[in-house]
Write a protein that binds this ligand. Structure first.
Ligand code: NAD
Length: 473
């Protein structure tokens, strides 16, 4: 078994609370052990970050840029090894894990090159007024288990680029690729600028109330996000909360089925459906309903399930048993209310947490499968009659991460998309993200943006500089 260490103040150390098993979801068996940090080690990491902040905050843009680019070089060089780790801890197929690593590299490079703007508000012979952006101090990053490396990069890199020091806390289900990432970053950064502590369940809440942390960037479920927010009130920590979603997609009447079915399937089942902004509720006009559900079921049949390290596998397991049980519970609830399960709908009788891509028809709003976030490999397809009615149904959710409209009349599709109550509205695509386009939720899906300059500025506070010019003698 490979050995993993915490990184605190530039040193690789063992966990004072021992270690814990990391399971491979393709087998359900332990394949590695992760160091379990103690609460004292969390304090050490926060103190190290605080001490390092005194000089890192003053480092030049070019210093920060070159440190981050060197780390990106290393991540790229070690991509295959880290991708294998992601497959083993998270379950996704190797090709998808490689795209996670290479996406992380691209995000690092893009963020490294971003500039922090100074806004000139007024310049007159009498006075000059500028708005400056300053780093916040110590940022804690708390990440989920679905895209462990990618989301860690989304948190950590803009925080560092803006001049903060970081304490990372990955999910205890998928900590290993983040431990590797932080080791790589630590090679190129002064001691204490980046730290990582891992622990079993319960460790995260100690972070939310920690008085030495100035900001938390959190990605995870809405209930945990609410708990983070409560804890953060203790010292008014700044927050970015990227929480759950229940994204609706509306297919306009007359949309040619063959031109969109593959894209809709991919958006719903990206990472076995375990993606915050995956397409989670599909509304199809009644005139095309039977054809769409049949085409989606046929598309699902093409997936090859198995251990993501095996060649030819396109569809991995669900990451953990709890999530698999939730997915199945929602499918069973729909079935008992008269839904038709067109394919999948049962755990595979083999080792690991395998649940095949499942298409559920004859469901509607009010069913748990439609109203709740399934976060797994099942898509409910819902028939609608009228456009205004379907828009109201799409917007009835308490979540508001993403949403999409599909159709050939771009004007109509765009006009409808702009009325979706979501942080991102897509037309003829879904879950499309890129480093230069801000992304974030509305309603109970959270607040604050990631990516682009907007995302970078989330890791800064503002200082207004007001200069009254004196007459020179
Ligand atoms: P989760 O909320 O259970 O855990 C997320 C992280 O929070 C983990 O590191 C966990 O250890 C930690 N944690 C748990 N309890 C905590 C507490 N009381 N205080 C502080 N930290 C705590 O989420 P998950 O099951 O890992 O991930 C799935 C959820 O994440 C889904 O709802 C999904 O939609 C959401 N998600 C959202 C986005 C987004 O960008 N909006 C991206 C990915 C995942």
């Amino acid at each position: 078994m490979q050995t993993f260490h915490l990184v605190i103040d530039g040193a690789q150390v063992a966990g004072q609370a021992g270690d814990f098993a990391v399971l491979n979801p393709a087998t359900g068996a332990a394949f590695a052990r992760c160091p379990a940090g103690s609460l004292e080690q969390l304090d050490d990491a926060v103190s190290a970050a605080r001490a390092a902040f005194a000089s890192w905050r003053l480092s030049s843009a070019s210093t920060r840029r070159s440190c981050l680019q060197l780390a990106a070089d290393d991540l790229q060089r070690e991509a295959e090894e880290i991708a294998r780790l992601i497959v083993q801890e998270q379950g996704k197929p190797m090709a998808l894990a490689m795209s996670e690593v290479m996406g992380a590299v691209a995000w690092m490079r893009y963020n490294a090159e971003l500039k922090i703007p100074v806004e000139l508000i007024e310049e007159t012979p009498q006075q000059r007024i500028e708005l400056h952006r300053k780093p916040l101090g110590v940022v804690a990053s708390i990440t989920p288990w679905n895209w462990p490396l990618m989301i860690a990069v989304w948190h950590i890199i803009p925080a560092l680029r803006a001049g903060n020091c970081v304490v990372s806390k990955p999910s205890s289900l998928t900590p290993l690729s983040t431990l590797r990432l932080v080791q790589i970053l630590d090679r190129h950064l002064p001691p204490g600028v980046i730290n990582i502590v891992t622990g079993e369940k319960g460790f995260g809440s100690a972070i939310t109330t920690h008085p030495g942390i100035d900001k938390i960037v959190f990605t995870g479920s809405t209930p945990t996000g609410q708990s983070v927010m409560r804890g953060a009130a203790s010292n008014l920590k700044r927050l970015t909360l990227e929480l759950g979603g229940n994204d609706a997609a509306i297919v306009l009447p007359g949309t040619p089925l063959e031109s969109v079915v593959d894209d809709i399937f991919d958006a719903a089942f990206l990472n076995m459906g375990q993606t915050c902004a995956a397409l989670k509720r599909l509304y199809v006009h009644e005139s095309q309903y039977a054809a769409f559900t049949a085409a989606l079921a046929a598309r699902a049949a093409r997936e090859v399930l198995g251990d993501g390290l095996q060649p030819g596998v396109t569809f991995g397991p669900v990451q953990n048993m709890e999530q698999l049980e939730l997915v199945h519970e929602l499918v069973e609830d729909a079935r008992q209310r008269g839904a038709s399960v067109l394919c999948g709908g049962a755990r595979l009788a083999r080792e690991g947490y395998f649940y095949p891509p499942t298409i559920v028809a004859d469901v509607t709003d009010g069913h748990r499968l439609v109203d709740e976030e399934q976060f797994g490999p099942v898509l409910p397809v819902i028939a609608y009659h009228d456009i205004e009615e379907v828009l109201a149904r799409a917007n009835r959710s308490s979540m508001g991460l993403g949403g999409s409209v599909w159709g050939t009349d771009l004007e109509q599709a765009q006009s409808l998309a702009s009325r979706l109550e979501s942080g991102v509205a897509w037309v003829n695509c879904h879950a499309q993200i890129q480093p230069n386009t801000p992304f974030g939720g509305s309603k109970m899906s959270g607040f604050g943006m990631e990516f682009g300059v907007e995302g970078l500025l989330e890791f800064t506070g503002q200082q207004l500089l007001f200069v009254r010019k004196t007459e020179s003698a």
